[in-house]
Design a protein around this ligand. Sequence first.
Ligand code: FAD
Length: 363
Amino acid sequence: MVNNIVVLGAGVSGLTTAYLLSQDPANKITVLAKHMPGDYDIEYASPWAGANYMPVGKEGSAHQKWERNTWPALKEITEKYPEAGIHFRGTLIYNRKKDQESDTGKWFSELTQPNPWYKDVVPDFKGVPSDQLPAGVDNAQEFTSVCINTAVYLPWLVGQCVKNGAVFKRAIFKHIADAANAHHSGQKADVVINCTGLSSKTLGGVLDEKMHPARGQIVVVRNDPGPMMSTSGTDDGEDEALYIMTRAAGGGTILGGSYQKHNWDALPDMNLANRIMKRCIEVCPSLVKEGQGIEGLDIIRHGVGLRPLREGGTRIEKDKVDGVAVVHNYGHGGFGYQASFGCAYDAVALVNEVLQNKSRAKL
Ligand code: FAD
């Protein structure tokens, strides 16, 4: 029995789902997308991400399960496939109670609390003794996490899928059901997996009004401060953030950031860029030489990406649109990488339910 499957979208969600499905030789997969790895576009979130694993899902939620289930896969890829562009990195988290009610503080509330669920998931978790905390920091913790060079990892995923027989094609669809007619076999696809991220807001047959952007601005520099770090907030604004991460395999260091809900602006705001660089140096002076300010940063580029945030959470669900079986996997906000495998496992389980129903119908 052959299964004709279309994956619509080639960001981390589409590629991870296609990668898992491609491991079954019965699945004949076409990945269709407007943007592919190598492109940088405001409609394509994945290349802009740091990306690292800093869990934010609330204890007991599906989000927590997805993040918990993703760590073993990222760890295995990091250990087994250095060419995937992921490395282990020490991580330091600072929490200030005064950030609790800000947008950034709420986003990071699970990450920054002193006794989080993920302490049993990531290696080397330990609290920083209170006499070693910097002024203004209420609690802090350290652990080992991963940092993903998205410019290497996304093409690596494409390579794995191609090796397993998947076919990649550029295409733009106005309606999700049309994607079923673009399978490389020429036959109609048995199922379409919707991994279109923020575009699910405007894609015909989906039109999800719960989708909105959380704008993230970054500065990529050549400086390498060592460990990754993040704080619960900043004194520069409710929707500004502070994080530092050096990507694997020469990917540079990402200085972030912002979490600006409903802001669609694709251009970097240079005032915000200055604030990002200044506060990163304040909290991590080893970014530059002693006595230097932002002039000590060697800038590669400024960037803006739109996190595909969904009110009510990520949508992983079966659907039927104009007679076409659809499985949705979109709305991953600022956690698309750190929840990628957990979400894709659930999406694949739903695809398998659709395919089993198809087989039963044919008997
Ligand atoms: P996208 O990457 O946006 O991909 C959507 C795909 O669908 C594209 O291929 C697009 O071309 C295609 N598509 C859309 N509409 C159509 C159409 N009509 N026809 C054809 N193709 C279509 N996450 C983490 O886990 N860790 C981090 O450290 C992290 N840092 C981040 C930092 C920044 C600055 C930003 C912006 C995001 C960050 N994220 C992070 C979040 C992460 O990047 C996103 O959650 C993730 O990239 C979403 O991936 P996606 O595949 O769902 O969507």
